[in-house]
Design a protein around this ligand. Sequence first.
Ligand SMILES: [Zn+2]
Length: 291
Amino acid sequence: MNISLFLASHFVLLLAFGMIPSPANAQDLTAREVIARIQQKVGLDWQEGTVDTFKSGNPDAIVTGIAVTMMATYDVLERAVADGHNLIITHEPTFYGHYDQTGELTEHNDPIYAAKAALIDEHGLIIWRFHDYWHERDPDGIRVGMIKKLGWDAFPEILEGTIYKSPPTSIEKLARDIKERFDIGTMRVVGDPQLVVTNLAFAPGFPGFEPQRRLLARDDVEVLVMGEAHEWETILYGADAVAAGMNKALIIMGHIPSEQAGMEECAKWLRTFIPEMPIAFVPTPEPFWAP
Ligand SMILES: [Zn+2]
C-alpha cells in the first residue's frame, strides 16, 4: 500500500470513529469548538482548578446535538441518546463527586459506575460540566432562571438575586406555591406553617452550612428557601431557631428542583449563539418518592 492510500484509509477510519472533524459540512462543530464558543460568550477568564471541564468522550468529535441538564444521570443520558444528542452539558457531576474523581470507582470495579461508563462509551457521549462559570457569570444564570420560576422577580430585592420582599404570606402557603410551581414530590419544611412572613431568602444547590447560616441569621430574613443541607448542620440550626422562639423557617426544595430552571435558562441562552444544531433541555427527575 502506498503512503497516500494508507493515509486515506486511516482518515476514513478516524472519520468513522468521529475522531476528526468531517470536512464535508461547514456547519459541523466539534465539542471543543462548541465549548470554546461558550467560554468566549461567558466573558470571564477560565481559571485552573475549575470543575467546568470534559468528563468523558472525545472533545474533537462532531456534535450531533446538545442535551442541557441539571445532573447527567443514567436516565438523562439514555434520553439524550434517544434524541440523537451526543454532547451533554451538565450542571452537576456525572461520577458522584465534585471533581468527578473515578479512582475508587474503577479500583473497586464498582458495578454502577461500570454500567454508566459502558453507556457513555457505547454511544460516544461527550460530557462537559457547566457549573462554576454559569454561576459566576453576571447575573448568575442559575439564579436568573430560578427567581423567574419562583415568581419572585415581581418582588422588590433586598439583596440582589438572594433576598426578596413578598406580600405577607404564611409558610404553608409559600411552601405549597413552590411545591406546585416546581412539581416537587418530597419537599420538606422546618418551622410553623402558620407563621406569616414577608422576607424570603433563596440559596440554591448545596453551598454548605456557612452561607446558609449567614442568610438565616440575618434580621431581614424570615425564611430560607434552599436546595439541600446536611441534616446535622443547617437543618439542626433551623430547628434550633424555631425552638428558641424566633420567627424563622426553612423550605427545603431538594438540590435538583432548586437549580433546574437555571439550566433550562442555560439551554435558551445557548440557542442564541449556537444556531448550527439542536439544543434540548433534558430535565433531571427528582429521584425521591414518599411512601
Ligand atoms: Zn449550582
